[in-house]
Design a binder for this molecule. Structure first.
Ligand code: GLU
Length: 467
């Protein structure tokens, strides 16, 4: 495989966008550079009694807003360059969707399949301890979250360890993506996938773009191939299917499946849980080399696994007319340029997968405010709406049934508030970057970078020069 320097890639995209702004070079350099990165090497004891040294990194890319924010991934690809690139993408992503955090990212270089649950727990707790020691975690410092290879369980270990060694009023806000019972928020697990759905749906509502691509407006009947069937891939596929798309291909690390008539996503999830793989799913064609799934005929391709999946080597074989980047950095700049020459719309990662961090922001707000969204006003809203409906009923001849009233007078639950906050965030940000795209006649990715640079630069400009 070609070795791609990921941070350099992100910076090339940045430089291209910076060319459409008038900020001084010094300021642009400050925005671009990764402010801090820490390498941790610590021992853990394996179940067989042996000792292993674990390597982990945490990068804090930008302190223009605090805390810094971003996931922790468990993968063999993790290295210093990768976490810096991913932390930079977090800075830009947060700015694009107006989430008031600097960018951060962490990673542990392990293949999680090779460790038992107790070993993973020891790694995660020890990492948390190391981060506390180096001041690399805290509700007002740096707040990790799930990423590739991590989920609620790891976040539960992190918050428990943090609370036991650094207890404070707001210590629950030291990490997001926690189980609801430990201060998590409803809707966080599916947030990245739901955000991807809202973003793709918004893109497919743009009449001019759809006309240019020779497609109908809306999602109905559009065929979709998704790379990755972990949390992000599964939820993107599920919401796109519910929104009217036909999911024709799914790729995983051990192979891909294809069915032009459509793959039932819930049935596939069940199959994966029961058999530990998607590759034996009945009724679909098995593709041994899962990377080939990227080249399948489809309307929308959603790479939702790892970075640099679409590169110089396969870019010209991609047939999709829309690429919705669910993963971070799935397309190299060389591939981006090859694809751009055709009529293809790339919905960039630094906008499209921002749903996760957006709902993390809501979770963090919940932790700092110590109250569940909807708790104070749900009943009040419901009663007011009921009163209004009953008054309308009195004024008109229309009699509403108990059922109608229940449906219409419904106070918002935490999940309702989270979902509508996320929907609003994704739609607003799409329109912001789409306006920049049209204003400067550039592609959507460059527009997203321009949007981020403008927003971060304004903050630095207002801060002035540090003493
Ligand atoms: N890991 C996710 C991302 O790359 C979520 C980050 C977060 O919630 O802080 O956006």
């Amino acid at each position: 495989m070609v070795h791609i320097k990921f941070f350099e890639q992100v910076n090339k995209y940045f430089d291209r966008a910076a060319g459409y702004t008038k900020f001084p070079k010094g300021l642009l350099d400050q925005i671009k550079i990764c402010n801090t990165v820490c390498h941790f090497a610590f021992p853990i004891q394996k179940d067989d009694g042996s000792i292993e040294t674990i390597h982990a990194w945490r990068a804090e890319h930008s302190f223009h807003k605090l805390p810094t924010k971003g996931g922790i991934r468990y993968s063999m690809e993790v290295n210093e360059d990768e976490v810096q690139a991913l932390a930079a993408l977090m800075t830009y992503k947060c700015a694009v969707v107006d989430v008031p955090f600097g960018g951060g990212k962490g990673g542990v270089r392990i293949d999680r399949k090779k460790y038992s649950q107790t070993e993973l727990e020891r790694i995660t707790r020890r990492l948390t301890f190391e981060m506390v020691k180096k001041n690399f975690i805290g509700p007002d410092i740096d707040v990790p979250a799930p990423d590739y290879g991590t989920g609620e369980q790891e976040m539960a270990w992190i918050v428990d360890t943090y609370k036991s060694i650094a207890p404070s009023l707001n210590s629950e806000g030291c990490v997001t993506g926690k189980p609801v019972e430990l201060g998590g928020i409803r809707g966080r697990t599916e947030a990245t996938g739901r955000g991807i759905f809202f973003g793709i749906r918004e893109a497919c509502e743009q009449k001019d773009d759809m006309k240019r691509l020779g497609m109908n407006v809306g999602l109905d009947g559009k065929t979709v191939v998704v790379q990755g069937f972990g949390n992000v891939g599964y939820h993107s596929a599920k919401f796109l299917e519910e929104g009217g798309c036909v999911i024709t291909g799914i790729a995983e690390w051990d192979g891909a499946i294809h069915n032009p008539k459509g793959i039932n996503i819930e049935a596939l999830k069940k199959h994966q849980q029961e058999h530990g793989t998607i590759t034996t799913f009945p009724g679909a064609t098995f593709i041994k080399d899962s990377k080939l799934a990227l080249e399948l005929e489809c309307d929308i391709l959603v790479p939702a696994a790892l970075e640099s999946q679409i590169h110089e080597g396969n870019a010209h074989k991609i047939k999709a007319k829309i690429i919705g980047e669910g993963a971070n950095g799935p397309t190299t700049i060389e591939a981006h340029d090859i694809i751009k020459k055709r009529e293809t719309l790339i919905i960039p990662d630094n906008y499209l997968n921002a749903g996760g961090v957006t709902v993390s922001y809501f979770e963090w707000l919940k932790n700092l405010s110590h109250v569940r969204f909807g708790r104070m006003d749900r009943r009040f809203e419901e009663n007011s709406a009921k009163q209004l409906l009953l008054s309308i009923q009195d004024l008109t001849d229309r009699k509403l049934s108990e059922d109608d009233i229940k449906k219409l007078a419904h106070g918002a639950t935490e999940q309702d508030i989270v979902d509508s906050g996320l929907e609003d965030t994704m739609i607003t940000a799409y329109n912001q970057i789409n306006d920049i795209k049209n204003e400067l006649n550039i592609d959507l990715r460059t527009a997203a970078f321009v949007s981020a640079i403008r927003k971060v630069a304004v903050i630095y400009n207002k801060m002035g020069i540090f003493p």
